[in-house]
Design a protein around this ligand. Structure first.
Ligand code: FES
Ligand SMILES: [Fe+2]
Length: 379
């Protein structure tokens, strides 16, 4: 049985590499089973997803010492906390006594006190008190909260569960150049939301990153200012892919944003995927970033944030943008959940991808997947 599973996954990995190696003019979609096979999902988790950097949120979600929020990454409970020294850490959100989840949701605290037997921890994760344990050898050296690798880049917080992972930000110079004029780091958070979607994680990456569906799925929301026909493939490298969703001349301006922006940059949204699970839309006055947390082969948690540049947008305008993004996400989610139900079919297609300006980003994503699994093809 185990052998059979290994063979299926090895076959699929070889198929993926074959598809990613096709000439771009013959680019085609991955067959349905890549989005529905639990063994392949497990293979992805173990071979690269658990070793990659994942965006968990924005730096200004924990603006001051004592601010925290909690989340999960592949069943690891995480506690993102800003310490008294100003440093943002990703701590294990698990009490060192008997494993109770320590903090919940978000907030500001002087210390983290376990709700079970009241062990307490400082904001940097050091054990500060363990009642009635004086003779048990419990101390800050052996019972503080473990931490995970954390990097900050452009105002985003990234976490890696793998202690040996190579650093992230040093390989992001191309993406940095693409976003440089937007002053992404300075954008200020105005909204955070979490949702469960019944879709494979790759389906949302592909959906967010392709312009082919914009005018069809979003006729009333996105089409008026980012129609499919004006979209253009943009920069990519081993770490990311991107495209520009250009606004028609007839569209109203979406705001001024950072002083260094060109007129062209003001009149488009730049959509990028920092592989594997961050997808984002950067515009002059608005930044929307979705962090995808895969939960199962057909289930994800989407944690998304909306940030704005300076105080340019009024609260009414921000409300309207939030309503628009909620509607856009609802439109996409409805399509993805409906597609997921069909992808197990033995007739699930491996159809052709449209030209690069519309689905070339999916092609980049496949090549990333192919590189990621090339090191190890067996479980
Ligand atoms: S599990 Fe936290 S104090 Fe016992
Ligand atoms: Fe969409």
């Amino acid at each position: 049985m185990e052998n059979q599973r290994n063979m299926i996954v090895t076959d699929m990995a070889a198929r993926l590499q074959g598809i990613a190696a096709l000439p771009e003019t013959e680019a085609q979609c991955l067959p349905g089973k890549f989005y529905t096979c639990p063994d392949f999902y497990q293979f992805e988790v173990e071979t690269f997803l658990k070793k990659e950097w994942h965006c968990v949120g924005r730096v200004d979600e924990v603006a001051s010492p004592g601010d925290f929020f909690t989340t999960f990454l592949f069943e690891e409970p995480l506690l993102i906390s800003r310490g008294d020294d100003g440093e943002i850490r990703t701590l294990s959100n698990l009490c060192r006594h008997r494993g109770m989840l320590l903090a919940e949701g978000r907030g500001t605290t002087r210390r983290f006190v376990c709700s079970y037997h009241a062990w307490s921890y400082a904001r940097d994760g050091r054990l500060s008190n363990a009642p009635r344990m004086q003779d048990k050898g419990v101390n800050a050296e052996n019972c503080s909260l473990p931490s995970f690798r954390t990097e900050l880049w452009n105002g985003f917080i990234y976490v890696n569960l793998d202690d040996n992972a190579a650093p992230l930000s040093s390989r992001l110079h191309n993406l940095e150049a693409l976003l440089g004029n937007y002053d992404t780091q300075q954008m200020r958070i105005v909204h955070t939301q979490e949702e469960i979607w019944n879709t494979n994680w790759k389906c949302l990456v592909e959906n967010f990153m392709e312009a082919y569906h914009l005018s069809v799925v979003h006729p009333g929301t996105l089409h008026p200012y980012t129609p499919t026909g004006l979209s253009r493939k943009s920069m990519s490298d081993d770490s990311f892919t991107s495209y520009c969703a250009n606004y028609p001349e007839s569209a109203e301006t979406r705001g001024t944003g950072a002083p260094g922006l060109s007129e062209d940059e003001r009149r488009r949204s730049t959509l990028f995927c920092l592989f594997p699970t961050q997808i984002a839309s950067q515009a002059a006055t608005l930044l929307v970033s979705l962090s995808i947390q895969p939960l199962a082969v057909d289930k994800i948690m989407v944690r998304w944030t909306m940030s704005t540049y300076s105080n340019e947008l009024t609260s009414d305008e921000l409300e309207a943008r939030l309503a628009l993004w909620n509607e856009v996400n609802r439109e996409d989610r409805e399509k993805l959940e409906r597609m997921q139900r069909g992808l197990s079919s033995r007739h699930a297609p491996s159809g052709p991808l449209s030209p690069a300006d519309f689905e070339g980003t999916i092609w980049d994503f496949y090549r990333y997947l192919s590189r990621s699994i090339s090191q190890l093809q067996t479980l």
